[in-house]
Design a protein around this ligand. Structure first.
Ligand SMILES: [Fe+2]
Ligand SMILES: [Fe+2]
Length: 269
């Protein structure tokens, strides 16, 4: 069993945005960030709630950044356990917070037995305003749950890319600038093959177009749930991911691979 990782304290990404970082081991491969985020200001917003297994660390970090009673919004990107794990704990301390979710995300929350009285649906084609920040909903370039919804904060020039741009790393890093390019590239290829194996069957040209769009938006900070804090790095990260997708990850579970492997047996029969 891997020994528990030391968990870092919250750090400011911009004047308005704070990262609540956490790390989890991936046995045999390394470690992965599981970040959540707080938008401070007039209408404080929490983005995702982390995994239940790191709940005490998460709640401590959250309380050090904002009084949960002041939270107005909780942006729930999707309903995976590493994003929704502490929702009930937060809601118990945040009586004024509404939970923002997509239609499909809300349906999944209902099936999970969540308190639906606080849920407000996000409209994917409408800007959401929180405390003067204009958040444009964005579908991440890749994802592991179809309800996944990130955003581009036009006001702070901050993008939340949900699970995409994540990287399995040999050890935790405070900032992306501490990670060597080769390590980052290998870690992003590993994470994307774990989190979105369907990428092996996807259209690389369309993905490259999406990634080029992110490069053009050029957020000053790219927030990913599974990557250290990335400042002024969106074009580089987009190009790196496009190169990884162009190269393609083999999928050993693909029917085409199986048909090729079984073909000699069929011929012999
Ligand atoms: Fe996910
Ligand atoms: Fe995730």
């Amino acid at each position: 069993m891997d020994k528990p990782l030391p968990q870092p304290a919250p750090c400011h990404a911009t004047d308005a945005w704070t990262v609540l970082p956490a790390w989890a081991p991936i046995p045999g491969l390394g470690t992965i960030a599981i970040n959540t985020f707080v938008l401070r200001g007039r209408e404080p917003m929490l983005v995702d709630t982390g995994p239940a297994v790191l709940g005490d660390h998460f709640m401590q970090g959250l309380r050090s950044v904002v009084d949960p009673a002041d939270l107005r919004w909780i942006w729930l990107s999707h309903t995976d356990p590493d994003h929704i794990g502490n929702l009930a704990r937060v809601l118990a301390e945040a009586p004024h917070a509404k939970v923002l979710s997509t239609f499909l995300g809300a349906a999944k929350m209902e099936m999970l037995g969540c308190d639906m009285s606080r849920v407000q649906l996000l409209e994917p084609d409408k800007v959401f305003e929180a405390g003067g920040h204009r958040l444009h909903p964005l579908r991440p370039p890749y994802y592991d749950a179809p309800e996944s919804l990130g955003f581009f904060d036009e006001t702070a020039r901050v993008m939340y890319a949900v699970d995409s741009f994540g990287a399995v790393l040999p050890e935790p890093a405070h900032d992306l600038s501490e990670v060597r390019l080769a390590t980052l590239s290998e870690g992003m290829a590993t994470w994307s093959s774990i989190d979105a194996p369907w990428l092996a069957r996807s259209n690389g040209t369309l993905l490259a177009r999406t990634l080029a769009g992110i490069g053009k938006l050029d957020p000053s900070v790219l927030l990913s749930a599974h990557l250290p804090l990335a400042r002024e790095a969106a074009p580089m990260l987009s190009q790196l991911l496009a190169a990884i997708f162009a190269r393609g990850n083999p999928d050993p579970l693909d029917a085409d691979e199986l048909a090729a492997a079984l073909a000699p047996i069929g011929q012999a029969a």
